[in-house]
Design a binder for this molecule. Structure first.
Ligand SMILES: Nc1ncnc2c1ncn2[C@@H]1O[C@H](COP(=O)(O)OP(=O)(O)OP(=O)(O)O)[C@@H](O)[C@H]1O
Ligand SMILES: [Mg+2]
Length: 462
């Protein structure tokens, strides 16, 4: 490999000479320019690996030049300036500077930044470029995955697409249940409405009217007749998200509606037909909830006839590269960035992680990395190192660990662990204390300290 070359653009001659000497001592090849025009020309002709750029140039603003350079070269640019105010710094980083160095230059800080930039070049040239966006119309709403369980799901979707059968979607948080519901809709009734109701987010009294609508005067505040989601879905899809959290009283009503395919508005007598296909989703184990009498067994039996289960991401690590490509394309589009290179060691790390928050957590980790990426490479430090083996995964644990933090503090681990134990014990404080090996007052103190809410539904049991 040829000696890496550095281009220094600065109108301050003594600084230029100092940097040149310093860089040559480090065994690097150096080009220098005193004006913006000269700098732009050298950048084009000499193709330096890294560019050091002063913000204050006699002929043009360095930030301006920076934007121009971004179009012609992907060499990292280290911006040097005496103006270390907020605006200049933000603007420099926003214009695509790799890093920002203050004058007077501290050579240690300068070397550190330069090393990072050279490392980025090295990784970048060895990184495998993902095939992003090369198909004519990339399907940004696709459910991607080529693992056997995902292939099986695609087949099932094909089979059920042309029927009106009620479908139950199971899977941990972030595995793609809502996305799957939309895909089923797209392949069965694409031009018809898709109407979603989150059964966990609306209080019981309002939920009934939300689902079935109400007549004028049905209850205080019902000043006009209002159609419910069952009606608004027409002959499209009614998506009942978090069905496991549907209050028991409404479970009975919903069962009847599914059996008779008819419903009435709250306060009404007219029976209206349910024409929509119903897709229900939950991260709960409904069988278990039925055993605990939190979910009606008859409704569960009715719903589970056609069940699609999305496996956790850690059980299909082979899907990770495809997902990373797909998600990066989506994130690049959304953020206007162009992070397209993923070094093999980064991909290996992403495949290795347990991803308790599944695809959503992977997506968030990538989003954070893209936003922080100085260039077009997903550098290892952007995804952080994975935390030390965390608290053991627990069956039925609903609370994902804090996603992808580079380093965890003890408090973060403690908070996440308490949250998981509470979720695993269904909010039973006594049991949680046993599992955690602490006393009740200690648990209460920690709940207050971390502002933790005990899962609401089962609080009455303690
Ligand atoms: N197979 C996949 N391909 C592409 N994107 C996916 C896939 N699975 C999930 N996603 C993306 O991950 C995010 C989370 O998915 P989604 O909201 O469907 O999960 P969920 O199972 O409904 O989670 P929760 O139980 O927390 O509601 C979304 O941005 C979704 O687009
Ligand atoms: Mg969801």
């Amino acid at each position: 490999m040829p000696v890496p070359s550095i281009l220094v653009v600065d109108d301050d001659r003594s600084l230029r000479e100092l940097l040149q000497m310093h860089l040559e001592e480090r065994g690097l090849a150096v080009e220098v320019a005193g004006t913006g025009a000269e700098g732009e020309k050298l950048a084009r002709e000499k193709r330096p690996q890294v560019i050091v750029l002063d913000v204050h140039l006699p002929d043009r603003s360095g930030l301006d030049l920076l934007e121009a350079l971004r179009q012609t070269t992907d060499a990292p640019v280290l911006v040097v300036t005496a103006f270390h105010d907020m605006a200049t710094t933000i603007l420099a980083m926003k214009s695509g500077a790799f890093d920002y160095i203050r004058k007077p230059i501290d050579l240690f800080a300068f070397d550190a930044a330069l090393d990072r930039a050279l490392e980025e070049r090295r990784v970048s040239s060895s990184a495998k470029t993902l095939q992003l966006g090369d198909s004519a119309s990339p399907d940004l709403h696709a459910l991607v995955g080529n693992s056997p369980p995902m292939q099986e799901i695609f087949k099932e979707v094909g089979k059920i697409a042309s029927s009106k059968a009620t479908v139950l979607l199971k899977g941990d948080s972030g595995t793609g249940k809502e996305l799957l519901a939309r895909v089923i809709h797209r392949y069965s009734a694409p031009s018809r409405p898709f109407v979603a109701v989150n059964c966990a987010a609306i209080v019981e009294t309002l939920l009934e009217s939300e689902l079935f609508g109400h007549e004028r005067g049905a209850f205080t505040g019902a000043v006009a007749q209002k159609p419910g989601k069952c009606e608004l879905a027409e002959d499209g899809t009614l998506f009942l998200d978090e069905i496991g959290d549907l209050p028991l009283s409404l479970q009975a009503k919903l069962l009847r509606v599914l059996q008779e395919r008819e419903f009435e508005r709250v306060g009404g007598v007219k029976r209206l037909p349910l024409r929509a296909r119903v897709i229900a989703a939950t991260h709960h184990d409904l069988g278990q909830r039925a055993g605990e009498r939190l979910f009606r067994d008859d409704l569960y039996q009715r719903l589970k006839v056609v069940t699609l289960e999305l496996p956790p991401l850690r059980e299909r690590a082979e899907d990770v590269p495809l997902l990373v490509g797909h998600l990066l394309r989506r994130i690049n589009e959304r953020t206007g960035r162009k992070v397209t290179k993923v070094p093999p060691e980064v991909m290996a790390e992403l495949k290795r992680r347990p991803w308790p928050g599944n695809v959503r957590e992977l997506e968030n980790a990538l989003l954070r990395a893209v936003v922080m990426a100085p260039g077009d490479v997903l550098l290892p430090e952007l995804i952080g190192t994975s935390p030390a083996p965390g608290p053991p995964a627990m069956e039925g644990s609903g609370a994902p660990l804090p996603p992808g933090e580079a380093v965890w503090t003890l408090e973060e681990i403690e908070r996440a662990h308490i949250e998981r134990v509470l979720a695993a014990t269904g909010g039973h404080r006594g049991k949680a204390c046993e599992v955690l090996g602490i006393t009740r007052p200690t648990l209460e103190r920690k709940l207050r300290k971390y502002h933790l809410a005990v899962p609401r539904r089962t609080r009455a049991r303690t």
